[in-house]
Design a binder for this molecule. Sequence first.
Ligand code: ADP
Ligand code: MG
Length: 299
Amino acid sequence: MNTQPPALIECTDVVRIYRGVGVEVQALQGLNLRVEPAELTAIVGASGSGKSTLLGILSALDVASAGSVRVAGHDLMAMNASERARYRRETAGFIWQQTSRNFVEGLSIVDNIDLAASLVGGDRRRRAQRVREVVQLLDIEDIAEKPPVQVTGGQRQRAAIAIGLVNEPDVLFADEPTGELDEASSAQVLEAMRSVNERSGVTVLIVTHDPDVADHVRRTVQIRDGRTSSEVLRSTRVDAGGVERGVAEEFAVLDRAGRLQLPQAELDRLGMRERVRLGFGERHIEVHPETPQQDAGER
Ligand code: ADP
Ligand code: MG
């Protein structure tokens, strides 16, 4: 029996197949992902690995071909069009790489934020107060009256975060939010997302091909060929000398069927292909090449 508490994001065996004339692309091939409430997670993968496809599905703009997708108690495979629209207004906020997807051109930044807030309705005074709150939270008071095209890329992405956050969503999704930024502005935008996550408790999921993002988040999940393959968790520990140190540990992802993807470089190094020999210890499982090697560590 599954006794785990509900996750905020739960993707199980998600498949997305794009069918065109004579071609078929399996963009997601049985992807599994679990994100707990208030977690800040980055999904990192090469171009074409399925990141935007996953985000399209999580943001209810697209529907998976198979599998199960649940976000904040919503079953994304079972929602109708109006439920999807409501989910996008109230449950999920987004930050896209392209400015044109984040803003209505011709409106100032603060008017863009207010427009997003107005889609939910409710009390006008409360709304104006909430707009001020997010402007402060993202530290964009001095650019709030400008149109998005007149500010720097980093400021623009902070403004996009404010828009994503104004309706107090359960989760904030960002697709390559630093894709068009230099290193310093990227770091600022990622720090802004981290601070928003810490201060408001909103769950944040960033997808990116930029491995540097890993420095700013506790959990990085690697996506490869439409599947999550490994994870790095960062934490701080106090060493024997009483000094606090950051440690990063890499984990392989085990899917529900017990499948495991081992790092290709290690498989090549050990000449592992097609078949491996397993060894079962009391507290671990060993993976050996099919033909035993001369190795002192071998048992
Ligand atoms: P990423 O965001 O990681 O670069 P995508 O999710 O955009 O990856 O794409 C994953 C795979 O799906 C790629 O092979 C891409 O060419 C293909 N793909 C994405 N969108 C479509 C589409 N609308 N029609 C057909 N193939 C697509
Ligand atoms: Mg993409």
